[in-house]
Ligand binder design. Structure first.
Ligand SMILES: Cc1cc2nc3c(=O)[nH]c(=O)nc-3n(C[C@H](O)[C@H](O)[C@H](O)COP(=O)(O)OP(=O)(O)OC[C@H]3O[C@@H](n4cnc5c(N)ncnc54)[C@H](O)[C@@H]3O)c2cc1C
Length: 274
C-alpha cells in the first residue's frame, strides 16, 4: 500500500485495486511484458519490473516468454516487508555459524572438486549427496544448462548507516546494478563504517559462478533429460539449487533437504524391515 500511495496517492485497498484493474492488459499474453501488464497493469510494470527484468536477464521483457512469471504477488496492506511469512530472519551469526555448529565432529574436506575425486570419494559412503551443477556431473554430454551470473562490487563507506536497510533494489535503468546490500543491517551491528555490496547481473561465462537458472523451454527440456539420468543412479542424491536447476530461497532449500532426508530414512527403514 505504501508503494501504491507513492505511485498514485491511493489510500485504500479498493482504490489501489481499481487503479490496477483499469490498467491491466486484457488479451492473451504472448510475452513476459504482456504477462506482467495483465497481472499488475502499466504503472507498476513500467516502474518496478520493466528495466529490472532487462538488467537481471539481459533481455527485453518482450523477448522473454510469458510463462516465466505466473503470478506477481501484490499485498494490499501497509506492511513493507518483502516477504509475507510470519517468521522472518537469519541465524544468529549467519549461516556459516549455523553450519559450523551442525558439522562439529564430522570430517569436512574443503577445496576438493568432487568431480575430480569422484571415485575415491564415492567409496566412502553408500550414498552421495551431490549439490553441484547436474550438467557438470554428466560432463555436459547433453549440452550446457544456461545461467545468469553476478559481479559483486564491495565498498567500505565512511558512514554508520548508508541506506537504512539490508537490501534496496534499483528497478530502473539509471544504474547497472540491481540492488545494494548493506550487511550490517542483517544483524543490527554497531560500527562507525559500513560495508555495502552492489550486484551487477552478467552473462555466465565459463569463469563465472552460476547463480540464476535461465528457465526457458530449451533449458527446462535439457534439465529434464539430465534429471532422468540422475534418477537412474540410486546411490546419488541430486539436491539443491544447482542439481535441481531451480532458484530456491534458503527456507525452500532447507525444507527440500529435510524432506529428502526423511524420505531417504523411510526408504532405508523399509529395506531393513523387509
Ligand atoms: C545471488 C543470490 C542471492 C540470494 N539471496 C537470497 C536471499 O536473500 N534469501 C534467501 O533465502 N535465499 C537467497 N538465495 C538463495 C540461497 O543462496 C540458496 O537457496 C542456497 O544457497 C541454496 O543452497 P544449495 O546447497 O542448494 O546451494 P549452494 O549454497 O550453492 O551450495 C552448493 C555447494 O556445492 C558446492 N559444489 C558445487 N560443485 C561442487 C563440486 N564439483 N565439488 C565440490 N563442491 C561443489 C559449491 O561450492 C557450494 O558450496 C540467493 C541465491 C543467489 C544465487
Amino acid at each position: 500500500m505504501n508503494t501504491f500511495y507513492e505511485l498514485w496517492q491511493t489510500r485504500t485497498p479498493s482504490e489501489a485495486r481499481s487503479k490496477i484493474e483499469s490498467q491491466r492488459f486484457l488479451g492473451e499474453p504472448s510475452n513476459l511484458e504482456e504477462q506482467a501488464l495483465s497481472l499488475v497493469g502499466k504503472d507498476i510494470y513500467e516502474t518496478l519490473i520493466k528495466d529490472y527484468t532487462r538488467k537481471q536477464w539481459g533481455k527485453d521483457p518482450r523477448d522473454l516468454p510469458a510463462f516465466i512469471i505466473k503470478r506477481l504477488p501484490l499485498r494490499f496492506t501497509y506492511n513493507n516487508n518483502y516477504f509475507s511469512d510470519r517468521y522472518q530472519g537469519i541465524p544468529i551469526g549467519g549461516y556459516t555459524a549455523l553450519f559450523e555448529t551442525m558439522l562439529q565432529g564430522i570430517e569436512v574436506r574443503l577445496n576438493i572438486d568432487f568431480l575430480d575425486a569422484r571415485s575415491e570419494l564415492s567409496r566412502l559412503a553408500r550414498k552421495v549427496v551431490y549439490t553441484g551443477c547436474i550438467d557438470q556431473y554428466f560432463d555436459y554430454d547433453l549440452g550446457h544448462l544456461d545461467y545468469r551470473s553476478l559481479d559483486f562490487e564491495n565498498e567500505v563507506v565512511e558512514t554508520d548507516n548508508f541506506q537504512g536497510n539490508a537490501v534496496i533494489n534499483y528497478c530502473d535503468s539509471r544504474e547497472a546494478f540491481t540492488r545494494i546490500i548493506e550487511h550490517k543491517h542483517f544483524e543490527a551491528s554497531a560500527s562507525e563504517v559500513t560495508v555495502i555490496t552492489r550486484e551487477y547481473p552478467r552473462p555466465c561465462t565459463p569463469e563465472a559462478i552460476p547463480y540464476y537458472p535461465i528457465n526457458d523451454l530449451h533449458n527446462q527440456s535439457l534439465y529434464r533429460q539430465y534429471q532422468e539420468r540422475g534418477r537412474a543412479m540410486p546411490n546419488v542424491i541430486f539436491g539443491g539449487r544447482l542439481s535441481e536447476y531451480k532458484y530456491m530461497d534458503m527456507h525452500v532449500v532447507i525444507e527440500s533437504a529435510m524432506n529428502r532426508f526423511r524420505s531417504e530414512v523411510r526408504s532405508e527403514e523399509r529395506q531393513h524391515s523387509a
